[in-house]
Write a protein that binds this ligand. Sequence first.
Ligand code: PHE
Length: 462
Amino acid sequence: MNYICILNPKHTNILQSSRGSFTSRFGATVAVGGSVVGLGNIWRFPYIAGENGGAAFIVVYILMSLLIAVPIMLSELSIGRQVRLGLHGAMEKLAPGRPWKYTGTLGVATALVIVSFYCVVAGWALNFLGRSVVNDFAGQSPAEITGGLKLFIDSGWRPVVWMSVFLALTSGIVFFGVEKGIERFNKILMPLLALMLVGLGVNSLFLDGFREGITFVLKPDFSKIDGGVVFQALGQAFFSLSIGMGAMTVYGSYVKKHESLPRIAGTVAVSDVCIAILSGIAIFPAVFTFGINPTSGPELVFMTLPNIFQQMPGGYWISIAFFAILFMAAITSSVSLVEAIVVWLSEEFRMTRRRALALATGTVFALGSLCAVSQMEGSSLRVWGMDIFDLFDRASSTVMMPIGALLIVLFAGWAMDKAMLRAELTSEGRFARRLFVPLRFMIKWVCPVVIALLFLNQIGLI
Ligand code: PHE
């Protein structure tokens, strides 16, 4: 869930003044927490963990989230709070006339790529919500559920239709500007989601595949770790924490000067990781119970969930509630991502908001359709052995966000004034004074070196 636009300072001020939550640390934590928890935790985390061997990947993912992603998030929050602008504007203000501001442009491109495949997955969630309501999964075997999903994807047009419905709802919300109304759900939605996952986790205890599933999630086999696994873990941490594209910069611009940024970032990162792991605990015992392959890719969670709901008491209602919450989580993200593109278009090219929205929606529709259609069996819409959906999914978290994140930490560590960074990280000497030196060391050296080394390793140079 992500509730804010990425670049427009005027818009953020409106949101800030209308949203009382930012008056306290709790409010800021809930808002940022709401932003990072979404399809990334429930849909993407299990499938990436499944592809990368489970528990060992999860250990690396936790380390990446807490040690690498948190300092990056803090850099973004600091930059945003210092000048109270989005990434593009903030970098331009702090380093006028220098090319840093293009990090903000890259952030918008990243938003476009993400929202294109995000809408497709959200379309699946919407379709599953509809099918739950009409009790379509009733009596289906795991093989039938998997087969049904394959047929749905292979039809090509049906995912496009559901994606379009989802995109239309997103654009409608952006058009009528009712984001703020939806944002209020945040405080209810997040605990509800966590509660639901805990319930599914408890239900897992009673599944035949519990032991196997829980071993997969919790018992690491470190021999499975290589550069690729670490890189995937890094990408998942970035995607799930919405960093490396400027979203957090805008959040930073909301946070009051006397709040502690490290506390906010720490709480959010720990919650995000916990929700992802809960999702893993809910999904994997079922994966093994129903004979689903953990490396099934993006379809994994959608193949698994209907089976879980079927054997649960009250499964009909739980299924509806779950997909409804997933849909809400997705739409609040896509709204913010579309909003980011709209704002950038209208500011950079002096377009009216209406035109900008039409152009953004049209572009997302075209790219999203391409993603959906490319997943059809035998489709020739493939690049480097991947369909367009996979390409966008992989490129955003393993290329675009890491590059954005690298530029952001380099900016915060090397280009931004040290006293400014200290003022932000310690809230002008109020908190975490002793953390400043190690944090700055992480930002200046460890984060850039880790990201750069992993990149070089991936392209085969080391
Ligand atoms: N972090 C969001 C999620 O987990 C996805 C997202 C990434 C949203 C980047 C906005 C920006 O679903």
